[in-house]
Structure formats: C-alpha cells, structure tokens
Design a binder for this molecule. Structure first.
Ligand code: SF4
Ligand code: SF4
Length: 492
C-alpha cells in the first residue's frame, strides 16, 4: 500500500488526540467524581479502536519497508522486530502522555489532598470549652438566612459511633447550617441526617446538598429529569420536601458549572419549592477559573471554597468579588493541612490550633460561615467554643507557631516560583508535595508510589551545586528538602 507510513502516522496522531480528548476526558470525569453510570463509554472505545488500528498500520508499514530492502533473512527479521517495537512503543508512549496530560492536575493537586487523613483534634481538652454553644450567626449573602459561624460538614461524621446522636447534639448547641451530599458514604450521610431532621423544626435549619447521586456527581449534559431525580432522591433521604441550597459539587470546569440542563432543573426546582438557592463548590486545579465564572454569571447565590490562614492573594480577591455580588461565602478545609503529628505541639496552649484557625477564617467579614467535619465527640466542645470569638494575641501566637513548625518545609500547592532556577528541571513542587504526604499525612505508600511515577525525581539534587538556593519565597532550603525527599521516597 502506498503512503502507508503517512497513514500510520496520521492514525497515531488521531489516537493521541483521542487519548487526550477521549480516554483522558473519560478518566478525568472518573477522578473528578462523576457518577460512573452517567459516563459514555464511546470515547474510550474509540480510543481503543484507533489504538489497535495504529499498531496494525505501523506493523504493516514496517513489514512493507523491510520487504523493499534487499538483505538476508535473519538480519531483516531482527530489524523488522526492532523497528516495529520502536515505532509501536513511540506511539504508545505518546498516547499515554496525551491521556495523563488531561488528568495530571487532579492527580497532582486535588486527589491526594482529598484522600489524605489528617489529625484535627486537640490533644488535651480544656475544661472551659465544655458545653460551648453557637454564639454568632451571619447572613449567608443574598439568601438572607442567618447561619451559625461554625457549621457542620458531613464527609466524615459517620465515623462517630452514634452519628445521629452527634448530629442532635450539634443542633442542640445551635448549629443550623448542615452541608451534605448524596455521595458522602453512598448516601448514608443523607439518610442519617434525615432520621434526625424529621423530628426537628425544619424552618430553623439551612440544609445543603449537591447535584449528585450516591455514586458521584451528576455529569455535565445529563437531562433535566436526571438532575431533578437526583434532587428528589436527596429530599426523600433527608425527610424533607425542600433543600435550602444545592451545589454544583467539586466543579472543575466552566462547562459543568453552567450546564444549561442543570440551570433549567434548578429553575424548575426553585419554582416548585424543592430548592431555594444555587451554589458551587470548588477545590480543584481550576478553582480560580470556575470561581470567577460563577461570580460573573450572577446565577449562583453561594460559593464554598477552601480557605485557611495563609491563603494566597487570588483567594482573597475571589472572596471579595463574590461578596460584592452579595454571594454567601462558605469556607472549607480551614485547618491548613493540620499536620498529622504536629498537634501534640499545641497541648499546652489555652486555644487549640483548630479554634485559632477558625477564628482567623471568620475574621474575614465576607465569610458567612465555615463547615468542618465533626466526627469525634470532643470536636463538639472544641470547635463550637470558637463561635463568635475574635482573634486574640494568643490565637495569633498559635497560628504563628504552626507556621513556624511548617516554615521552610511547607511547599504551597499552587506554587512553582522556583522551577526556573533548576537547570536539571527537577519538579521541585511535586517532589516536596509527595514528601508532605509521606511525613504529615501518614500515607507513606501512596507518597512513594507518586514519587516513583514522576518523570524526573530529586536524585540530581544529591550532587548539585544548588543554583536554586534563595529561589523560594517561603524560605525553603530546596536542596536540603529535595535530598531528604529522595532518601525517604525512593523505593529502592
Ligand atoms: S539542588 Fe536540586 S532543585 Fe536545586 S538546582 Fe540542583 S537539582 Fe535543581
Ligand atoms: S519550594 Fe517554594 S518556590 Fe518552590 S514550589 Fe515550593 S513554595 Fe513554591
């Protein structure tokens, strides 16, 4: 066949495109958390077909090329094999790179942060915290509802031996904003909440759920009926006939944020009273793009985003701009990673680290409330004691102490300021992030696997003259931290 080489190359080019836009996109929606039953299998199947076709065309091309060259049989067979292997391997590597390029941000930034388990309980309970009650409420933007400044997240509350009892206790202490989702513990979170809600004064509470099923987020492009069915299922589990707020959950793209079918479903639900307000949550690699699009659209009443002491400037700007539009701001992930072993360092403080961190978050008047996962009985007194309290010099000292503990070691998730200083192109931010998972999140196996999967690791740091010295605004001694990371994370 004439031009078989060009045809094979064109097939590989198409396979790479399908790797990124087809299989990569398929894997992306999987890791983002979309309900798997709503994901089309057509893109990965198309990728698979083109992948096989490309390999076949490559083999035909190699055979044809060799048959045109006069040579002895043995060396021709060897050459065919080597050429074929090289060509096919090159194509496969290209397809893998294209596919991983689509989900790299999630694998690098969001996935490990979500799966990490961190310590968040004070090591010593202070007697003065006992019986604490919610002391302050703030308006949740244009919803006008006065929400408790310390509010309830439910991602982990089923870890408690009596989650319904824990929930009752929180309501009795004055918590009135409850954030849940169908995909928390396969909808068991909503069911447990519903068992309690049926006996409560619904009008005093602000119940929040997400456009999700028990298996994940409703996918972009789903029908209006699919969105509404997901909402109805939530209402049934929650034992209520309306939710106050429904979020587009963990939103990673403007397309999903502004899915016309979701917006239409919300309009219908709002008109018939099933949902009162619309919101968005994001803690993904594309947080800034999604957040600004939500603000600009004027379609969202509330935004929930990661916010903790030491927030980066863009975060402050997002909150300010959202508040100017009278959107409610709900803070999550307020404990700045809460170092796994570091909490013991705070056992002699009158303020716990969590209390100081909460007060810092609520010192921003544009933040309506924060949600925190209560899952131990001790959390009730400790966390709610921070309600209504302003930052004190002691709190500032606690946060400073925390920052000093992580000073020179805490590499920022969305930074990369030092990368240009390394002539060896070492992925400094990735290596140091994996070291943090290893040391602070207690997930050594995952950290070592992530490190071994890097294209380039930190071995060059061991013998380098360190031109990166001074390149980190956080004063991290890059060579020292990188060399230490290599020792800890290397599998061999
Ligand atoms: S010490 Fe490591 S990170 Fe720094 S310049 Fe050398 S190789 Fe790059
Ligand atoms: S080492 Fe410093 S400059 Fe480099 S990515 Fe981390 S925080 Fe940023």
């Amino acid at each position: 066949m004439k031009n078989i080489g060009i045809i094979a190359l064109a097939a590989w080019a198409l396979t790479w495109v399908l790797g990124y836009a087809g299989l990569g996109n398929f894997l992306h929606v999987l890791v983002v958390g979309i309900d798997q039953s709503m994901i089309s299998l057509a893109p990965p199947i198309a990728f698979g077909l083109f992948f096989v076709t490309s390999i076949t065309l490559t083999v035909i091309w190699v055979r044809q090329k060799e048959s045109n060259a006069p040579t002895d049989e043995a060396s021709s067979g060897r050459r065919k094999f080597l050429m074929g292997s090289a060509a096919v391997s090159g194509g496969m590597v290209g397809a893998a790179v294209a596919t991983m390029g689509r989900i790299e941000g999630w694998l690098r930034v969001t996935g490990p942060a979500l799966s990490a388990e961190v310590e968040q309980t004070a090591p010593v309970v202070n007697a003065s915290w006992k019986g604490a009650r919610i002391a302050h409420k703030r308006p949740l933007g244009r919803t006008g509802f006065m929400v408790s400044d310390i509010s309830m997240g439910t991602t982990q509350f089923l870890r408690h031996s009596d989650p319904e009892g824990l929930f009752r206790e929180l309501l009795d202490r004055g918590v009135n904003y409850i954030d849940t989702s169908p995909d928390y513990a396969g909808a068991k979170s909503e069911t447990a909440l519903g068992n309690v809600l049926k006996d409560r004064n619904r009008g005093e509470l602000f119940i929040v759920t997400k456009w999700c099923t028990s298996d994940g987020h409703v996918s972009q492009g789903s029908s209006v009926e699919t969105y509404l069915t997901a909402l109805d299922d939530s209402l049934q589990r929650l034992n209520t006939d309306y939710v106050d707020l429904i979020h587009v959950h963990s939103c990673d793209s403007v397309e999903r944020l502004l899915d016309p079918n979701m917006l239409k479903a919300f309009d219908i639900a709002k008109a018939d009273g099933r949902a009162r307000f619309l919101g968005v949550t994001s803690h993904t690699p594309n947080l800034e793009e999604v957040a600004y699009a939500a603000i600009e659209s004027d379609k969202f009443d509330v935004m929930m985003l990661a916010y903790h002491h030491g927030a980066w400037p863009k975060q402050q700007d997002i909150i300010k701009k959202a508040a100017e539009k009278n959107m409610g701001i709900v803070a999550m992930k307020t404990l700045k990673g809460a170092k796994h072993k570091g909490m013991l360092e705070f056992q002699n403080e009158s303020t716990s680290y969590a209390q100081a961190a909460f007060k810092w978050v609520m010192s921003n008047p544009d933040v309506s409330c924060l949600v925190i996962s209560f899952f131990e009985t001790e959390h009730v007194d400790e966390y709610i004691h921070a309600s209504g309290k302003s930052m004190t010099t002691n709190d500032t000292a606690v946060l400073q102490k925390y920052d000093e503990m992580i000073a020179g070691t805490h590499c920022l998730a969305n930074c990369g300021d030092c990368l240009g200083s390394c002539p060896h192109a070492a992925p400094i931010n990735d290596v140091l992030r994996h070291r943090m998972y290893f040391e602070d999140y207690g997930d050594q196996k995952q950290a070592m696997q992530l490190y071994s999967a890097l294209d380039k690791n930190a071995d060059s740091c061991l013998t380098c003259t360190a031109p990166c010295t001074g390149a980190c605004p956080q004063n991290i001694n890059i060579q020292d931290r990188m060399s230490g990371a290599h020792e800890k994370l290397s599998l061999a």
